[in-house]
Design a protein around this ligand. Structure first.
Ligand code: CU
Ligand code: ZN
Length: 184
């Protein structure tokens, strides 16, 4: 369920502070996820597949995607709420991962869903490569995307409400901890 947009300012501030704290590498205890991966598989009727990695860096999480089998052009790319790929059409992943109940936007916007990653651009050969560092999502804490779903859509995410008008889901993956992807 989406959190109502009437989320109080103090609650929102607390959420933001927790989110920022979780990006630090100086936690007193515990193991931290430093690298996560999603194997993307085609939904029913699609031929799109590939791999996406998420690597913690000093300045954010570096996201690297290499996807093949797409229609040439732009394809919305988002972290969705649930890491559930059981439905053939990918709908079991739910809506965009949006822990702060904000509006949808493109990834460079100051306010957006945590899961808003913009678009993959596929060339004439159907291959899309994406490589950017994101400061909105994390691999630990309340903004953590580990265990969530990753979706590639049929159409362009135009930044419109409520979810960018990106259409059907053509590939789905579940974001998990990569091999040897933790550190103290
Ligand atoms: Cu999506
Ligand atoms: Zn969104």
């Amino acid at each position: 369920m989406r959190r109502p947009s009437t989320l109080s300012a103090p609650m929102l501030a607390a959420a933001v502070i927790l989110g920022c704290a979780s990006t630090g590498a100086d936690h007193a205890e515990g193991e931290h996820v430093v690298r996560a991966v999603a194997r993307m598989l085609p939904t029913e009727g699609s031929g799109a597949s590939g791999t996406v990695t998420f690597t913690r860096t000093e300045v954010g999480v570096r996201i690297q995607a290499d996807i093949s089998g797409l229609a040439p052009g732009d394809h919305g790319f988002h972290v969705h709420q649930w890491g559930d790929a059981s439905a053939p059409d990918g709908k079991s992943a739910g809506g965009h991962f949006n822990p702060h109940g904000t509006d949808h936007a493109l990834p460079e916007a100051a306010v957006r869903h945590v899961g808003d990653l913009g678009n993959l651009h596929a060339g004439a050969d159907g291959r899309a490569v994406y490589d950017r560092v994101d400061t909105g999502l994390t691999l630990d804490g309340p903004n953590s995307i580990v265990g969530r779903g990753l979706i590639i859509h049929a159409k362009l995410d135009d930044g419109g409400q409520p979810t960018g008008n990106a259409g059907a889901r053509v590939a789905i993956g579940v974001i998990g901890i990569a091999t040897n992807g933790t550190a103290d």
